[in-house]
Design a protein around this ligand. Sequence first.
Ligand code: GDP
Ligand code: GDP
Length: 431
Amino acid sequence: MKNQVLIVGRPNVGKSTLFNRIVGRRKSIVHGIPGVTRDIIESEASWKDKKFMVADTGGIFEGGEEMSEKVEKQVKKALSEAQVILFVVDGREGITAGDEYIARMLYPYREKVFLVVNKIDSEKLQKNVYDFYALGFEKVFPVSAQHGIGVAELLDALHSLLPDEPVKLEYSGIKVSFVGRPNVGKSSLINAILGSERVIVSEVAGTTRDAVEVPFEYKGKEFVLIDTAGIRRRPKVEYGVEFFAVGRSIKAIEMSDVVCLVLDISEGITNQDKKIAGLIERRFKGCVIVANKFDLVKATKEQAQDYIRKELHFLDFAPIVFTSAIRQEGIQDILDNAILVYQDYTKQHKTSFINRAVQKVLKEKAPPLHKGREVKVYYAHQEEAKPPTIAIITNYPDGWRESYRTFFVRRLREYLGIRYSPLKLIVRGRE
Ligand code: GDP
Ligand code: GDP
């Protein structure tokens, strides 16, 4: 997380009021931090010619001296990365022990700290400001966040410390999400993954526009968990009452490279499972089928596998893993398979290789005649990765019927060595 302007201060001094003043009516991003009561809220803002990110650190300091080591490490990282720190205090209350605690923490960064004495709503209160010099910061600004007094002066003063280029917030890595019916074990699996020793959850929290994004590392690879439904932090007691939020699942699927479709295999595959599977297929996403609660199943893996392949035949590219979140079994298999899927999902294929593969498929079985004429392929090439998208140029695009396309894609995947990813086929006429 690289926020150029970080707002800190104890509770109730007016941080979020100031944040809203600076940001205006823009869309904000919310992060959750484990062990911290209030979320971090982030948004883009601008002042004069510059755009920057502002974050309200919310409840980070709420714990006072009891801040856990882990949270403290994250706080220090955020403080050292920020361009500007706005340290907000309550001008009506005077200096408190909480302020002094935060001041000590900020002291190493004092060059970039602006002490914002808030709630100076009137001329009369100005005299309160002088007391706050005792905290040891040179740049002191009286403001009234509520009434918008002094905020412009504050922004003018920090303007020169901001970089010219706005920082764009996006994580790199394999974007994975967990979708499935309620109660199949999504949040149990996510907790098992993030709690696993092999997994390093790397940052303060996830950044996002539409979801909580949790970056983590596994076997030296970067991942980003996309959580649109808030299943990561959902209190355990609440399961069962969640309704199936299709919209949020679609969003998660769209934001992902690899979607983990979680099934409660002890219940078998329902129509709702098939619908969710269909959403993944239609968006050409990579997929790992996670057959969870396998501890409750008497059948063998082979039997279960045959059953899943039959019921979800249209996801034939998706590897199947068997897990028990409760027994912590198969958890690593999910990520290992997500890596395999991602490799195929992002592979670039040489044009010559693609054309040879296309010819092999045509030789195996040519498209049926179109109005009595032979259907030919002039040329083929890869247009995109994520997913691999192959365009073919033909004399009769209308001659490529659904059933033949299905055959063609299946065989083409085979010849190209794409085992674990869908392949998107685009059929075009000449010019
Ligand atoms: P936070 O906990 O630091 O984020 O504080 P809030 O922004 O939620 O503000 C705490 C309280 O202080 C709220 O009741 C605000 O309305 C009030 N407040 C914020 N800014 C001002 C201000 O400039 N003047 C006055 N009088 N009250 C303010
Ligand atoms: P979600 O709604 O998909 O996030 O499902 P939860 O993770 O909340 O799990 C729903 C219920 O299934 C909880 O009671 C879990 O303890 C239980 N559960 C989750 N995974 C397993 C599993 O692998 N085996 C068994 N027996 N129960 C599980």
